[in-house]
Design a protein around this ligand. Structure first.
Ligand SMILES: Nc1ncnc2c1ncn2[C@@H]1O[C@H](COP(=O)(O)OP(=O)(O)O)[C@@H](O)[C@H]1O
Ligand SMILES: [Mg+2]
Length: 327
């Protein structure tokens, strides 16, 4: 079953606040049990995309397209439907849950960790206090917190960032969601803590049989844990492929450039082929391919019309000449 289906989603601020849409006809799916990566540079629209799955949009933005989470429709602009606030609240947590970059922004510092966890449970199910407490302790144990009983009585400020992110993950799982949206969940953590939190997330995804949309600016991290990856640039999907194909045979010049700009760990240090030029701001209008101004292979036709995502050799790619691209 398809757990997340975003089709042709356009999110645009009113004219005067931006020269191009934040998202331009973005389509993304996550199937049951699948881990799907959404990668792109800062400002490419990753967070706006993942929040859209929960019906959260920037203030004043207009939206077109369709968004479905499991069997529930969140948005269907063709019939002017948007899910009501109460239903969205019900869906958040129960069907789809989200983990953000900074755990401290998700937790009220004035609540004990136990209250934070049991609140999430009590809004979604009819548990007694005692049942909720023991379920909360179980959840903390499942994210590797030793002495869960003690942890329940402590305050958020007594936890490190990594430990608090585990608490947030435990809370996200409280109502057994089918879809986990993880928006740079380890970006704010130090490297060794990052690896632990990633290991916990991938194990829990498997144990709970969830689907996961994993948002990151780190292509290697996406490659390590995702089955399939979407590459976003200036609010458009440039390419999507199963992970292996994306790394071995990227079809979009942007993907190839990203792969070429990575430091090579296994081999002599090679010059970093950082992509020249800057990402496109919202104040810059787009005609044609948004990557064209930075693309080594650009030709005049690239800047004429929007380049749609088209199947090519196992990939879907928004490039006029994907056959010319190789690593
Ligand atoms: N609430 C908002 N109001 C106005 N602009 C926003 C809002 N949220 C995001 N944006 C803009 O949309 C673009 C994409 O943002 P975002 O999805 O946060 O990027 P990413 O997560 O890939 O770094 C950025 O230019 C950002 O400034
Ligand atoms: Mg973001």
């Amino acid at each position: 079953m398809t757990l997340l289906s975003i089709q042709d989603l356009t999110v645009a601020l009113p004219p005067g606040r931006a020269a191009r849409p934040i998202l331009d006809r973005v389509s993304i799916t996550v199937e049951d049990g699948e881990t799907v990566g959404l990668v792109g540079e800062s400002g490419s629209g990753k967070s706006v995309t993942s929040r859209a799955a929960l019906g959260l949009f920037p203030d004043g933005a207009t939206t077109t397209g369709t968004i479905k989470v499991a069997d529930q429709t969140v948005l269907d602009s063709a019939v002017a439907y948007a899910m009501a606030k109460a239903s969205l609240r019900q869906m958040r947590g129960a069907t789809a849950a989200m983990v953000f970059q900074d755990p401290r922004s998700s937790i009220n510092p004035l609540y004990r960790v136990g209250d934070f966890l049991t609140e999430a449970m009590r809004t979604h199910g009819a548990l007694t206090r005692q049942e909720a407490d023991s379920r909360a302790a179980e959840l903390l144990e499942s994210v590797g917190i030793t002495d869960p009983g003690g942890a329940l009585r402590r305050w958020p400020h007594e936890f490190s960032g990594g430990m608090l992110q585990r608490v947030v993950i435990a809370a996200a799982l409280a109502a057994d969601p089918r879809l986990l949206l993880a928006d740079e969940p380890t970006t704010a953590l130090d490297v060794s803590t990052q690896a632990e939190v990633i290991a916990i997330l991938t194990r829990l995804r498997r144990e709970h049989g969830m689907g996961m949309l994993f948002v990151t600016h780190d292509l290697d991290l996406a490659g390590a844990i995702c089955d399939r990856v979407y590459v976003l640039y200036a609010g458009q999907v440039m390419e999507t492929q199963p992970t292996q194909g994306l790394f071995s045979a990227p079809r979009h010049p942007y993907t190839a450039a990203l792969l070429g700009s990575r430091p090579h760990l296994d081999g002599p240090a090679i010059r970093l082929d950082a992509i020249s030029g800057r990402p496109l701001g919202l104040d810059q209008p787009v005609s044609g391919c948004p990557f064209a101004p930075r693309c080594e292979r650009v030709t005049p036709d690239c800047e004429e019309d929007r380049v749609p995502l088209t199947p090519h050799d196992g990939a879907e790619v928004a490039c006029l000449r994907p056959q010319e691209v190789s690593r």
